[in-house]
Write a protein that binds this ligand. Structure first.
Ligand SMILES: Cc1cc2nc3c(=O)[nH]c(=O)nc-3n(C[C@H](O)[C@H](O)[C@H](O)COP(=O)(O)OP(=O)(O)OC[C@H]3O[C@@H](n4cnc5c(N)ncnc54)[C@H](O)[C@@H]3O)c2cc1C
Length: 417
């Protein structure tokens, strides 16, 4: 693997950048592996990387039905933060934010993690009380989060309207300064490149169609479009398709899959310095390095596997953006798209072992799993390697929906971007 450095960039520039080698090979499936990961999004590729790097398990394949990073990883609005209410969530997401910090150096690939701050707007008394509760709870967990007055919020984000007569008045905001964004494609590519360099096979255009189990019930491998591939351990990181894959192993998972949309504007000069989220009206915005305003909406109300959402959702979304940022009213939108998100009843992930021996799962991240990519990948790798969960993901079991030990971020935040 070519190590990226100022010197290697300069040397390749002299040759008009024609001599860059392939960044990772497109592998053909072997007969069997020690571990198979289903799904080449950031979570799956990351898990393969950490299995190889931290646990010395390199006989690993990542199997992807389409192209790597073509799922939610390549479709999301890339908001990163860890100011969740419950202890379990704060520990999990903050584990991830700490890994984001050194990820570019670790992978020798610029994932463009930008700590520009995430501002969450309070539009009513309930929001104010709820965000202040979050701030206090976060501080007890050592997670940064602070309260800003409307004037301080405006100073942090000048395009924000704090007109008290506005349709959605701003009564204050919670700010996590370590929050921000990263470049989604780079995350998938960086993990793919680093994992492949450690010996991981990345197999694209190869949908998993079945999970084969032996007489003892343990997994034996996966049926795919390119034939059977054996493995004693299988990790599933398939986001919106997770319940379908669990069904292949005879398991019913408490997941619903919804379309979730995003859209971008025409590019403009840098005008928007941070990330702003308005949970109450379901509107989120940041500015990409290309200059586009990146705007996220809420999920559709109906379940579907189609990767396109309803137009009334983005109409409402844009109406809210225009109210909160009147300065952008005359901007034109460039394109919109959707992904399929997997939502659990308490809006928290399921990350750990399953009732089937050798089958591990990482799903239920819904609308907010990009920020969790390094953390979830690291913890999935740990769980697979040790055959037991790490203490951080131990509460995120499937059993909680039976024993009632929910991690109810749905009620806490109303939304989980
Ligand atoms: C519009 C939108 C905006 C979002 N915004 C944010 C945000 O701002 N912040 C945030 O934290 N999160 C956000 N999310 C959520 C986030 O994108 C996801 O939680 C996260 O990217 C999931 O990563 P993953 O690697 O698990 O899934 P994916 O990237 O979806 O990877 C799963 C892979 O599994 C593959 N697969 C599925 N079935 C099979 C099969 N049978 N065989 C083989 N492969 C299969 C898929 O093709 C896919 O590539 C957003 C999501 C969307 C759609």
């Amino acid at each position: 693997m070519v190590k990226f450095s100022a010197l290697s960039l300069f040397a390749k520039a002299l040759g008009h950048h024609k001599a860059w080698p392939e960044q990772w090979p497109d592998a053909a499936p072997k007969k069997s592996y020690d571990v198979i990961i289903v799904g080449a999004g950031g979570h799956g590729l990351g898990a393969a990387y950490y299995l190889a790097k931290k646990h010395g398990i390199t006989n690993v394949a990542v199997i992807e039905k389409g192209w790597l990073g073509g799922g939610n990883t390549g479709r999301n609005t890339t908001i990163i933060r860890s100011n969740y209410l419950y202890d379990e969530s704060a520990h999990l997401y903050d584990h991830s934010v700490k890994l984001w910090d050194g990820l570019s150096q670790d992978l020798n690939y610029n994932v463009m993690y930008s700590k520009r701050g995430v501002l969450m707007l309070a539009h009513n008394v309930h929001d104010v009380q709820s965000f202040k509760r979050h701030i206090h709870a976060n501080r007890l967990n050592g997670v940064d989060n602070e309260w800003l007055t409307p004037e301080e919020a405006k100073e942090y984000c000048p395009p924000l309207s704090i007109d008290p007569a506005a349709r959605y008045p701003v009564l204050g905001a919670a700010l996590q300064r370590r929050g921000g964004t990263a470049r989604h494609d780079s995350v998938a590519w960086g993990y793919a490149r680093a994992a492949a360099a450690l010996g991981v096979d990345i197999i694209q255009n190869c949908a998993v169609t079945g999970i084969r189990r032996g007489a003892d019930g343990a997994v034996q491998g996966v049926e795919t479009q390119r034939g059977f591939i054996g493995a004693k351990k299988i990790g599933v990181s398939a986001a919106g398709n997770s319940s379908l894959i669990m069904k292949m192993a005879g398991l019913d998972f408490p997941l619903e899959s919804y379309p979730l949309q995003a859209l971008v504007s025409e590019p403009v000069k840098p005008v928007f310095p941070c990330v702003v989220m308005s949970n109450t009206v379901h509107a989120y915005m940041s500015q990409s390095d290309k200059g586009e305003l990146v705007i996220g909406a809420g999920t559709d109300q109906y379940v579907s596997y189609s990767q396109r959402g309803a137009s009334h959702i983005i109409e409402h979304n844009i109406a809210a953006i225009c109210e909160i940022f009147p300065i952008f009213r005359r901007m034109r939108m460039l394109r919109s798209w959707a992904g399929t998100v997997d939502v659990t009843p308490d809006r928290s992930a399921i990350l750990g072992k399953t009732p089937v021996k050798g089958l591990y799962v990482n799903c239920g991240w819904g609308t907010g799993g990009f920020k969790a990519t390094p953390g979830a990948a690291d913890l999935l790798a740990w769980t697979i390697a040790k055959d037991e969960p790490h203490r951080i993901n131990a509460p995120f079991t499937l059993e909680r929906f039976r024993n009632g030990r929910l991690i109810d971020e749905a009620a806490a935040a109303a939304v989980a971007h």
